[in-house]
Design a binder for this molecule. Structure first.
Ligand SMILES: [Zn+2]
Length: 99
């Protein structure tokens, strides 16, 4: 995946302007998809489109190679500190799995 950086802040989504300096120039770099589980929530009652996969987990992953976190969906049971990596992108959502 790619991260964008300006003023030392890295994000996964490219913004039009840097919220700090107003700059439009972002440095981008390719980083590994792997990360560590930072926090998670188990979803029992899912919105209709995800009801068929419930229960599942919404997991905040601290990326190994960037100073930012990504919100992902996981089907496996996880705990804080687990090593995870990108499984696939589904309708723009990051689906992670345990390593
Ligand atoms: Zn900036």
């Amino acid at each position: 995946m790619k991260v964008y950086e300006c003023c030392g802040v890295e994000t996964l989504t490219k913004k039009y302007f840097c919220p700090d300096c107003g700059g439009e120039e972002f440095a981008d770099r390719e980083i590994s998809d792997s990360g560590t589980v930072y926090s998670f929530t188990k979803i029992h009652i899912a919105p209709a489109e995800f009801a068929h996969i419930a229960p599942y987990y919404v997991v905040l992953v601290d990326l190994d190679e960037a100073d930012c976190k990504v919100t992902t969906r996981m089907l496996e049971e996880v705990k804080i500190g687990d090593s995870v990596t990108l499984d696939k992108l589904e309708h723009g959502a990051y689906i992670y799995r345990k390593v």
